[in-house]
Design a binder for this molecule. Structure first.
Ligand code: TEU
Ligand code: CA
Length: 548
């Protein structure tokens, strides 16, 4: 049985990291007014959903993923009136806003936590997770925070420890407490009433944690909590909900996203990213990209979800390196490979996400010193890994390749000072390649990556086969080519991508040699037919709507 059709199935999501998108007032920090000023640009790109990384009030220990008031806007980003204006002005352009729902943890400045700190009897104490010290007075167990050090922090006043999976300024909420559930649901409903399109749910796989068993992801209550949230909030309307789930297997993804489960619209999982991380050192000692591995992971997900669940498609986000740097070529073939990656992404099954700047082929940054970095993860883990014996050079290589600030340097709007992002001093330095790589240049070049992306976004609306077609991999043993066929009733779409800088000859099996049709998109001369063999250019890719 096919999935039930939804309005957003053919939509493309654009992710905005507000701090780095557009600064309207010269303080060096992107803001809501800056986003509003770029809505026409986004409308022209054709996207219908914006995932807005957090703009709530926050001490910004983790750039807003540490929230001290879910119902107010950080002063540096603007006001609630501007947020409401953004929602309305986007809607006039048929764009809906997905708010980032960060409810695994709050900031340590959230009033709930400030109350909880007052005493173990405080009514808010149980909003968080407290344990007595171990026999030696140290943390209750050896659970480690993702941002370095113990995942337990001592509250000196009471002598108890609280759990924080991320920084110690991000205490974990206790989702076993019904009052936490009620408060969060009520908050979500007030946001929905403002007219947003739904939520992207930060680390949602962690909320069912079973702390004493050290089970953090996929705890036993996880899916019950999500179903309950669905019933209490977004399930009442036609909203889009995206669950960030680093831990998800395809089987888990079906639990989150299968229609009849009444949980979420889709999952946002990282198998294709994690498969290039080192088993011990994680992303700080990444493995080189290898297409075979990549194809196997994508194939696994395309096949497993098929028409029972719904997946997100992305090459990058605010936690990851730039797509073209990771999976393509930053140098000679930057444009060709960025277009190829765009084509591959939009021709898979699921909902494509464009991370800000991807549509112009922005690249990783390589700051020379650790002082130029801003991300709490890179800064903390630099200290921790060096203390553990890793060399400065190796850790810097890890940060250059996979650090989160790669995605967080300012959006490159033009070739003027600070890439047109700010008239002041940007909170993090602009990537020096902005003189060549910027929106103004892309807009004026008919062949640019930007117009290629615009075309891809439009194609998903025009051809249901891109949205609903079955996925079948072709040439699965090939080491440089990733190709597939999408089929929907009598429509067939052939997609061929050369994931390498090599010119190569692709031998076509006899049964396919006569295939021909309409070339929907390509990054070299359009092709309208196959033959006994075809010569592929470096990073060449094309999609052919096959005729009968
Ligand atoms: O990310 C979840 C998360 O697990 C990442 O921090 C991940 O561990 C890291 O990027 C990989 O090394 C979400 C947000 O997307 C991220 O920005 C937040 O820092 C984090 O949650 C905490 O809210
Ligand atoms: Ca600003």
């Amino acid at each position: 049985m096919a999935v039930e059709k939804k309005w957003w199935h053919n939509a493309v999501v654009y992710q905005i990291y507000p701090r780095s998108f557009m600064d309207s007032n010269g303080d060096g920090i992107g803001d809501l007014a800056g986003i509003i000023s770029k809505l026409d640009y986004l409308q022209q790109l054709g996207i219908n959903l914006i995932w807005l990384s957090p703009v709530y009030r926050s001490p910004m220990d983790d750039n807003g993923y540490d929230i001290s008031d879910y119902e107010d806007i950080a002063a540096e980003f603007g006001t609630m009136a501007e947020m409401e204006s953004l929602i309305q002005q986007a809607k006039q352009r048929d764009i809906h806003i997905l708010m980032d729902l960060v409810v695994n943890h709050t900031s340590d400045e959230h009033p709930w936590f400030l109350e909880a700190l007052k005493s173990p009897d405080n009514p808010y104490r149980d909003f968080y997770i407290w344990r007595k010290p171990a026999a030696d007075g140290g943390p209750p167990n050896d659970f480690h925070s993702y941002f370095g050090g113990s995942g337990w922090a001592l509250d000196e006043a009471s002598g108890e420890y609280y759990l924080h999976q991320f920084s110690k300024r991000q205490p974990d909420l206790n989702w076993d407490n019904p009052r936490v559930q009620e408060e969060v649901h009520a908050m979500m409903n007030r946001w929905l009433a403002k007219g947003i399109g739904g939520f992207r749910m930060d680390v949602i796989d962690l909320i069912g944690k079973e702390v004493d068993k050290q089970i953090m992801a996929n705890g036993k209550n996880l899916h019950a909590l999500i179903r309950q949230m669905n019933r209490a909030t977004f399930g009442k309307g036609d909203y889009v909900t995206v669950g960030e789930a680093w831990s998800a297997s395809p089987q888990d993804a079906l639990l989150y996203s299968a229609e009849e489960r009444e949980e979420l619209s889709m999952v946002f999982q990282f198998d294709h990213i994690k498969s290039f991380w080192d088993e011990r050192e994680g992303k700080w000692r990444g493995r080189p990209f290898e297409l075979g591995r990549f194809k196997a992971v994508i194939d696994k997900w395309q096949t497993a979800l098929a028409d029972k669940g719904w997946n997100s498609l992305f090459w990058s986000n605010h936690d990851l390196p730039r797509a073209v740097s990771k999976f393509g070529d930053e140098g000679e073939y930057r444009e060709a490979s960025a277009k190829m990656l765009g084509t591959a992404l939009h021709c898979l099954k699921g909902t494509p996400y464009i991370y800000q700047g991807e549509e112009i082929g922005m690249t990783n940054v390589r700051f020379a010193t650790i002082e130029e970095y801003r991300d709490i993860e890179s800064l903390n883990l630099y200290q921790e890994r060096l203390a553990g014996g890793m060399s400065h050079e190796e850790m810097m290589r890890g940060i250059h390749a996979n650090g989160r600030d790669n995605a967080r340097t300012p959006m490159q709007w033009d070739s003027g000072p600070n890439a047109g992002f700010t008239t002041g001093t940007p909170w993090i330095a602009v990537n020096p390649d902005y003189r060549e790589i910027n929106v103004a240049a892309a807009l004026s070049e008919p062949d640019s990556i930007l117009w290629h992306y615009q075309k891809l976004v439009a194609l998903r609306k025009q051809h249901p086969v891109l949205v609903y077609g079955d996925f079948q991999q072709l040439f699965s043993e090939h080491r440089q080519v990733f190709a597939w066929l999408r089929t929907l009733e009598d429509e067939r779409l052939l997609v061929i991508n050369n994931f390498s800088a090599d010119r190569l000859t692709l031998e076509i099996p006899e049964a396919m040699q006569a295939w021909h049709g309409e070339c929907l998109i390509s990054n070299y001369a359009p092709r309208d037919q196959l033959a006994v063999s075809i010569e592929l250019q470096p990073y060449e890719s094309f999609a052919l709507l096959l005729g009968r």
